[in-house]
Design a protein around this ligand. Structure first.
Ligand code: THU
Length: 131
């Protein structure tokens, strides 16, 4: 089943995280409309502000590979709490994957379902730049 596979890939992605400063390992798995899955992990830097979150890594990797249509994003952290995307990632998700389904997955195998609209209501976006 695609959802189970998506979660497994988010878990696998979290193990690839480069997070020596926070030790907070985040994995993301992005399901494309064509059924492919693209992984992302957080990548930190000694200059902390340059850190890239797992969600943006997955989306940027997908865009750079020429993909434009996304169905679902799973986000995993090896903790009992659900980890929701940060504000910067919410803005990027809104731009690149509006309407995407988002699954937050904890280390108990539980899923919290949310969406771009729920995470970023009353948002700023490309339409605001028109006219
Ligand atoms: N982080 C993510 O990758 N995604 C999130 O949804 C929350 C935060 C990363 C950024 C940083 O490397 C570490 O987690 C701690 O903030």
């Amino acid at each position: 089943m695609k959802e189970k596979e998506l979660i497994n890939q988010a878990i696998a992605a979290s193990k690839k995280a480069y997070a020596p400063y926070s030790n907070f390992l985040v994995g993301a798995a992005l399901l494309l409309e064509n059924g492919e899955i693209i992984q992302g992990c957080n990548i930190e830097n000694a200059s902390f502000g340059l850190t890239n979150c797992a969600e943006r890594t997955a989306l940027f990797t997908a865009i750079a590979a020429g993909h434009k249509r996304f169905k679902k994003l799973a986000i995993y952290v090896d903790r009992p709490a659900f980890t929701a995307p940060c504000g910067a990632c919410r803005q990027v998700i809104h731009e690149l994957a509006p309407g995407i389904e988002i699954m937050l997955v904890n280390n108990r195998g539980e899923i919290k379902r949310t969406s771009d609209q729920e995470l970023l209501p009353f948002s700023f976006g490309s339409a605001d730049l028109e006219s």
